[in-house]
Write a protein that binds this ligand. Sequence first.
Ligand code: NAD
Ligand code: LMR
Length: 348
Amino acid sequence: MFASRQLTFSARRAFSTSITANATKVAVLGAAGGIGQPLSLLLKQSTLIDHLSLYDIVNGLGVAADLSHINTPSKVTGHVPENDGLKEALTDANIVVIPAGVPRKPGMTRDDLFGTNASIVRDLASAAAQHCPKAHILVISNPVNSTLPIVSEVFKKAGVYNPRRIFGVSTLDVVRASRFVSEIRKDFDPSTPISVIGGHSGTTIIPVLSKVQTSQKFTQKEVEYLTHRIQFGGDEVVKAKAGTGSATLSMAFAGARFALNLLEAVSGKSGIVTPTFVSLEADPEGGKIINQEYDNCGYFAANVELGPEGVQKIHPVGEISEFEQKLLNEAIPQLKTNIQKGIQFVNV
Ligand code: NAD
Ligand code: LMR
């Protein structure tokens, strides 16, 4: 499912010409943060990227100067708000990754971040709609269930909306699922992806453990343990970091993996399917099925096939266990509330 990160020269050239004749430019907004720095480091190692453009309201220049000494082919530029820095960072970008915003402290929910992060994401999305309207936008900032609809609404208002190119990054849930399963089933390769659907917060995160292939079937007790750990894995890290932030390193790993998967798919590599939180308008056929089954939720972390235009196909949920079905049905009202909150924020 998740493909190798190396591309042939011809595939790489195909990517350059499929979007723009220029070099492949990836912008990271919030690049000096806990996620932004290791994410940028991982992206600097990729030969799929020609230009890494790093923007932050503080220390964007320092992080860029540091990374620019690494002897891989990509060029690195740093940008801060002064001198039209955001415009410079975004112009000609093919992919924009957004980890800008504040992280949780113990006792907070992701929704508690809305008051600060909604306007940060709205303003950055607005700049992207203006300076790189055709770029693929990858939203990491929480609460993703709400910030992704915010980006969509901003792009709609600017008249440049393409739901196939706007993604909420829920890859960390997949990464956790694979890792946690491998800890209780030694025959399970932790690099094997597991489908995690719904949304990205607490009980809206639904791991589809019934589809996981292991030599020994999970007991119901194991299913409940794994499901809870995957749903609340973020809290584990927030608690351990004791007020200094949330997951950064594992998130950087997950974010880089999703961005590189997308780069490969845009380059013409087929068959890359991964869960990501998207508008169901991105694939009217697959999206319609999910909307019909799940109360017109509008957005969903579905198994998405990535392609040259971004979302190629949204896979319906398909057959899941009774336990998973119950969790999903219970999650939909919460998910819809989060989504509406994001939509309304832009449209008041
Ligand atoms: P952080 O505080 O370490 O870094 C955030 C960075 O954003 C800072 O460098 C800050 O200067 C910058 N920033 C703030 N406002 C900005 C703006 N207007 N423009 C550009 N940059 C701006 O936080 P972090 O640990 O990197 O987390 C960032 C976000 O990612 C949080 O909202 C967190 O909840 C979220 N997160 C999401 C996932 C996920 O799975 N999607 C996982 C982990 C964290
Ligand atoms: C995570 O899943 O680790 C992130 O969404 C950060 C958080 O607040 O838990």
